[in-house]
Design a protein around this ligand. Structure first.
Ligand code: SAH
Length: 210
């Protein structure tokens, strides 16, 4: 019998035009290790699952869409806004290398648990920080690419400013109705392209208490 993770990725490969690199990254990361133990059996269904603090781990196809859209090369430095449980950061780490991933989470508990989990699973070189991701991570800038795992009205100015000229910014923009927008930083602004409708939890202001 095929491994449930392989079956999920085979199914995603049939439904989406993902690059081999994206598919290999999805195949490599044990999603079950990122979800609460009561949900382990559902880890390889293509759906979001609760991770506490009213947040969710994104559905596998949504993580695949974002990873694929950024078209990352090994060694590119990437900023993630919204660590959640760390799953998406691990998939990105499979592509660029864990030492190239910088991720910011506003919930201290989620950030701490994600950091511990990433370390246990061999992604200890991923840098995790508690903070307001809308401010980016200035001390580690510039990045080759940045992405939001939560929906904002527009790309936060600090995030776009921390991406090098020619670099990419990606994220769900909008509130009730969201679209996934991929932008390339040009000299004077951003060249934007819509990649279609998506549904993500909202970006919230500031750091959460406790
Ligand atoms: N990529 C995650 C899913 C993230 S859900 C995973 O694989 O699990 C979106 C996350 O963004 C949530 O954890 C939420 O707390 C976080 N978030 C929302 N607003 C934020 C902000 N301003 N700064 C940092 N993180 C934020």
């Amino acid at each position: 019998m095929a491994d449930p993770r392989d079956r999920l990725v085979d199914d995603l490969a049939a439904r989406y035009d993902f690059d081999e690199r994206t598919l290999a990254a999805l195949r490599a990361v044990p999603r079950h290790a990122f979800v609460p133990s009561v949900d382990r059996e559902r880890a390889y269904a293509d759906r979001p699952l609760p991770i506490g603090e009213e947040q969710t781990i994104s559905a596998p196809h949504a993580v695949g869409l974002l990873v694929d859209a950024l078209d990352l090369d090994p060694g590119e430095r990437v900023l993630e806004v919204g660590t959640g449980c760390g799953y998406h950061a691990a998939v990105t780490a499979e592509v660029v290398g864990p030492e190239c991933v910088y991720t910011v989470e506003r919930h201290p508990r989620l950030a701490r648990e994600a950091g511990e989990r990433l370390a246990e699973l061999g992604y200890g070189a991923v840098s995790v920080r508690v903070g307001d991701g809308a401010q980016g991570w200035p001390a580690r800038a510039p990045f080759d690419a940045a992405y939001l795992t939560c929906a904002a009205p527009d790309f936060p100015d600090p995030v776009r400013a921390q991406v090098r000229p020619g670099g990419r910014v990606l994220g769900p923009l909008g509130d009730d109705s969201q679209e996934l927008v991929l932008a390339r930083r040009t000299g004077s602004g951003l060249d934007r392209e819509s990649l279609g409708p998506v549904r993500f939890v909202p970006l919230r202001d500031g750091v959460a208490e406790t």
